[in-house]
Design a protein around this ligand. Structure first.
Ligand SMILES: [Zn+2]
Length: 171
């Protein structure tokens, strides 16, 4: 195999991520916040199951299982975290279905930062960010609203709003 094609050289492709997210917004005529990633997943034929993770698994936020095309979400986490988890795992389902079958794939853990630099994880996080807080909606709603207001409106965390504002407007 050409060395450049090896997975370790895989780089995040953010324009592909944005294209895939735009297709989904168009397909489901999503124009106003909040964006519901569970509805989108179901619309794409991907099941979303809220489950109990116990013992050593209790810190799992969620994961995508390509075998049964299902996103499993920790039912005990806060709704905002669940929304992010579903959007992130939906990113893997849409972008990385084959990769998610392999050894490189990791479940999403609460408070875990070890995989932040991994290219597939970067793509899944970018997918979640653009899916839940689209630029076009930010353009409409961000003037005059505080980060807290935007967090409530978009049903995402304040850090997510800060990241999106910084990314789109350099604020
Ligand atoms: Zn992930």
């Amino acid at each position: 195999m050409n060395a450049l094609l090896k997975p370790e050289n895989f780089k995040p492709n953010y324009s592909l991520v944005k294209r895939e997210v735009s297709k989904i917004h168009d397909q489901f005529s999503i124009e106003d916040p909040p964006v519901n990633p569970a509805e989108i997943a179901e619309g794409l034929g991907i099941d979303v199951c809220f489950v109990e993770f116990t013992g050593e698994h209790s810190k799992i936020s969620g994961f995508y299982d390509p075998e049964d095309n299902t996103i499993y979400v920790n039912k005990h986490e806060f709704p905002l975290r669940q929304t992010f988890t579903i959007a992130h795992e939906l990113g893997h389902a849409v972008l990385h279905r084959e990769w998610a079958r392999g050894d490189g794939y990791r479940v999403l853990m609460r408070d875990d930062t070890t995989d932040l630099g991994e290219p597939h994880e970067k793509e899944a996080n970018a997918f979640a960010a653009h899916l839940l807080v689209p630029r076009a909606m930010l353009d409409v709603y961000h003037p005059g609203l505080s980060e807290q207001d935007l967090s409530r409106l978009f049903a995402v965390s304040v850090p997510m709003i800060k990241n999106r504002m910084s990314f789109e407007y350099g604020l």
